[in-house]
Design a protein around this ligand. Structure first.
Ligand SMILES: Cc1ncc(COP(=O)(O)O)c(C=O)c1O
Length: 401
């Protein structure tokens, strides 16, 4: 197993913390904190506009991250747009793609979307008198491919799906969606917020049209995210946010746009955060994605062995189609009480609807407790969770296990 706790200052500052909330935000290694401090301390000036050395240097450091992200996704450099996060990327897409939707068209999402990949499409459908359709979930908490075939038809313009559920841990078969969606001429958008910490995603292989993720789920800073789009599409689409840096020429009457990727990056970007994201990618590459995936698999296997002894997992029991994010319930207890009691032993979990309220209602639940494991977690953390749950059951249910 990897032993990385020493690299993460939040964990060294809180030695008894059992951090199981990486699906909300992964912690950052010291290298990321140092890279951001270095920017502010040594060359903290604006990018893309100075003719002086320091601004050139800041621009080079900023653009280096774009190259690293492009390599990580197997994309072209111009296809990488920096955003403030997944939510920002999806909202932007729902506005730039509005021009492609007509009354009577439909947009397809799944029943397991985070609010960030539901509400922008729900609102777009309302604005354009289009229909919002849903891919169903099977009894094993995976996506139902039969229902996918039923909802995607010749009026489908957009299929926007999560690559991995933040509630269930399910990894979804993106390739199946792209083949089906492209056969009717629809665009495919991938919400990769939860899949991205598990390794590089080859956008050419999965053939998605757009893909979004956030830096803070990838052991990087908050406030930065990535929107990948196929060059041809980004070239033909009109921007929806305007200002400095994204223009070519401006008069009082009109404006024309800069080349990609700047056309979709108006205003001063989150420079320190972009640089921090590049450092996070370097850090992960140095550890090795194979090692990260093996570590995660070991954790998944161990949780699947131990957690069912004390709680009911709401998510796939299949090691292959899931991430290390585990929602669970304990009958006759409330998730808030579980989280509260676990917190007394410094076990940090998330409770509630996890920004997927319709999914939780669809499953007939009030909420779940979610333990999401990251590269710094060990089987000891799983044991701590299991002991914590036993304590919860003793307190709330008078159960002695
Ligand atoms: C699947 C999924 N999509 C979107 C988001 C939104 O990400 P952000 O809050 O970084 O914009 C999250 C965050 O939890 C998520 O898990």
């Amino acid at each position: 197993m990897l032993e990385l706790k020493k690299d993460f200052p939040v964990l060294t500052s809180n030695p008894n913390l059992v951090y199981l909330d990486s699906a909300a935000s992964a912690l950052r290694p010291q290298a990321v904190v140092d890279a951001m401090n270095d920017y502010y301390a040594r060359y903290g000036v604006n990018v893309n506009r100075g003719i002086y050395d320091l601004s050139d240097y800041a621009t080079i450091m900023y653009e280096k991250t774009r190259e690293k992200v492009a390599e990580f996704l197997q994309a072209e450099i111009e296809e990488i747009i920096f955003t403030s996060g997944t939510t920002d990327g999806l909202n932007t897409l729902s506005r730039i793609l509005e021009q492609k939707i007509n009354p009577g068209d439909n947009i397809v999402v799944t029943r397991m979307e985070h609010h960030a990949n539901l509400i922008p499409w729900q609102q777009l459908a309302k604005r354009k008198q289009a229909e919002l359709r849903f891919i169903e979930i099977t009894s094993n908490y995976e996506l139902d491919l039969e229902s996918t075939k039923k909802v995607i038809d010749e009026r489908t313009k957009i299929v926007s799906v999560t690559a991995a559920s933040n509630v269930l841990g399910t990894i979804t078969p993106i390739n199946e969606f792209t083949v089906l969606a492209h056969s009717v001429g629809a665009l495919v958008i991938v919400d990769a917020a939860q899949l991205i910490p598990h390794g590089p995603i080859n956008v050419k292989d999965i053939d998605c049209d757009f893909l979004v993720f956030s830096g803070h789920k990838l052991y990087g800073p908050t406030g930065v995210g990535v929107l990948y789009g196929k060059k041809k599409l980004l070239e033909e689409l009109e921007p929806v946010a305007f200002g400095g840096d994204m223009i070519s020429r401006v008069s009082y009457e009109s404006a024309s746009w800069a080349e990609l990727p700047h056309k979709f990056e108006p205003g001063t970007p989150p420079i320190a955060e972009v640089i921090g994201l590049g450092t996070a990618l370097d850090y992960l590459r140095q550890i090795g994605w194979n090692n990260i995936q093996a570590h995660e698999q070991e954790l998944v296997n161990y949780v699947l062995e131990k957690l069912p002894e004390v709680a009911t997992i709401i998510g796939p029991a299949n090691q292959v189609t899931r991430t290390a994010t585990f929602s669970f319930i304990i009958p006759n207890t409330h998730p808030h009480d579980i989280g509260d009691i676990l917190n007394r032993d410094q076990i940090a979990v998330r409770v509630g609807h996890h920004c997927a309220m319709p999914l939780i209602q669809h499953l007939g639940l009030v909420g779940t407790t979610r333990a999401a494991f990251g590269i710094y977690n060990s089987t000891d953390d799983v044991d701590a969770l299991i002991e914590g749950i036993k304590k919860v059951k003793k307190i709330l249910l008078n159960e002695y296990l």
